[in-house]
Design a protein around this ligand. Structure first.
Ligand SMILES: C[S@@+](CC[C@H](N)C(=O)[O-])C[C@H]1O[C@@H](n2cnc3c(N)ncnc32)[C@H](O)[C@@H]1O
Length: 207
C-alpha cells in the first residue's frame, strides 16, 4: 500500500509548483462556480486537496472570509502558506488525509478539483461520501472536477485514477445527493498537453 503523504511530499519536493500538470494560474472555473452557487461571502468554504493551488489566494481576493483547506502533503501546505504570506492566517489549514477528516462545523461549499478521482475502491468512495454528507450544510453545494470518463487521462502524478462523468457521480452519490450541473472542460497543462476534466456540482436532496 502506497504511503500517500510521502508520495505527495515527494511530488511537491521535486517539482516547481507552477510546473505540475494540474497547475492553473487563476482557477477561473472554480471561482465562477463558487460565486454562482454561494452569494454569501462569509459562507464557510473548504477546498479538499488544495495542493499549492492559487484558489485560497483568489478566494481571499474575491472577498470570502471563511476558507478552510485539507491537504495530505505538508510540503504543499508549506508552499501555499509561503505564497500567501501574512494572508495565510486567513485560512484554516488541515494537514491530513480527507478520509480521516473531522470538522468543527459544516460547509456551504465543498470544492474538490482532481482529488476524488484518486479514490478507486467502493470502500474509499463510500467513506468520502459519508464525510461529505456529515460536513456539507443542507443547503450547501459540492463542486467536483475529475478526469473525464470520456477520453480523460488515466493517471495523475503517476497514480491510477478513476475517471468520472455525470452518470458515475450521480450513481455514486445517490440517493443522498443529486447532481445539479455537469460539464466537460479541457485543461491545458503547463507543458502544453490537454487533459479532459468532468465537472459535477451536487447537493443534498432527492430527485
Ligand atoms: C492533482 S493535485 C490537485 C491540487 C489542487 N486541487 C488543484 O486543483 O490545483 C491533488 C492534490 O490532492 C492531494 N491529495 C491526494 N490525495 C489526498 C487525500 N486522500 N487527502 C487529502 N489530500 C489529498 C495531493 O497532495 C495534491 O495536492
Amino acid at each position: 500500500m502506497i504511503d500517500l503523504a510521502k508520495h505527495w511530499d515527494f511530488v511537491y519536493g521535486t517539482k516547481d509548483t507552477n510546473k505540475v500538470s494540474w497547475y492553473q494560474n487563476s482557477p477561473d472555473t472554480s471561482r465562477k462556480l463558487i460565486e454562482k452557487y454561494v452569494m454569501d461571502h462569509d459562507a464557510p468554504i473548504v477546498d479538499v486537496g488544495t495542493g499549492s493551488s492559487n484558489l485560497p489566494s483568489c478566494l481571499i481576493q474575491d472577498g470570502y472570509t471563511d476558507i478552510s483547506v485539507i491537504e495530505i502533503s505538508q510540503l504543499a501546505v508549506k508552499s501555499s502558506m509561503n505564497n500567501l504570506g501574512e494572508r495565510s492566517n486567513k485560512v484554516k489549514w488541515h494537514i491530513m488525509n480527507i478520509l480521516d477528516f473531522e470538522a468543527e462545523y459544516e460547509y456551504m461549499v465543498w470544492h474538490d478539483r482532481a482529488v476524488f478521482h484518486f479514490l478507486k475502491t467502493n470502500e474509499e468512495q463510500e467513506r468520502y461520501k459519508e464525510i461529505l454528507y456529515k460536513y456539507l450544510k443542507e443547503s450547501g453545494y459540492a463542486i467536483f472536477a475529475t478526469f473525464s470518463k470520456n477520453d480523460g487521462p488515466k493517471k495523475c502524478s503517476g497514480l491510477d485514477v478513476c475517471q468520472h462523468d455525470n452518470q458515475s457521480i450521480s450513481d455514486l452519490f445517490a440517493p443522498e445527493f443529486i447532481v445539479v450541473e455537469s460539464f466537460e472542460e479541457m485543461h491545458a497543462t503547463p507543458s502544453g498537453k490537454n487533459q479532459k476534466f468532468y465537472w459535477n456540482i451536487i447537493k443534498k436532496g432527492k430527485p
